[in-house]
Write a new protein. Structure first.
Length: 155
């Protein structure tokens, strides 16, 4: 059984997490220097943060323009049915769409907000018309096209 202290982070933990959030490939030696710990103590702290679930993993941040996928649209989705089975069906189907980068259930006048990344507006229109609109229980969508990412912590 976990104690209430299992989620407690001290100032050093917060510094470790901040440094790793900026550069997940930082060496333990450099991380230790930045947070003023020995390499061994720093490595143990990182392993503890990973084991406790505070750090879930590491990933590459991609330049989507180089992959030809710089068009971003946010799509409001309203479902015709919001009972548990309908939500589960929608959730499973939306996870299978590679163009949908994020999907959030929303407490609003619509049910889901999707972040969709495609090549351009023509490609987006096809994804919306052929894939998103045909997801289970989709009754209505509304699109907001991103003109510029002012702040994007996740690439």
């Amino acid at each position: 059984m976990k104690s209430s202290n299992d989620n407690h982070l001290d100032i050093i933990d917060e510094r470790v997490i901040a440094a790793l959030s900026k550069d997940g490939r930082i060496s333990i030696a450099e991380l230790a220097r930045q947070v003023n710990l020995s390499k061994t103590a720093c490595q143990m702290r990182v392993k503890r943060l990973e084991a406790s679930g505070h750090i879930l993993g590491y990933r590459a941040i991609l330049d989507h323009r180089r992959f030809g996928r710089s068009h971003i649209a946010f799509v409001e989705v309203k479902l015709s049915d919001t009972r548990a089975a309908a939500l589960a069906a929608f959730n499973a189907a939306v996870r299978a769409l590679p163009e949908v980068e994020q999907c959030h259930m929303i407490a609003s006048s619509f049910d889901y907000l999707l972040k969709v990344r495609t090549r351009d507006i023509v490609d987006y229109r096809a994804v919306l018309g052929e894939r998103i609109s045909s997801l289970p229980h989709v009754a209505q969508t509304s699109t907001h096209v991103s003109m510029e990412a002012v702040k994007d912590d996740h690439g």
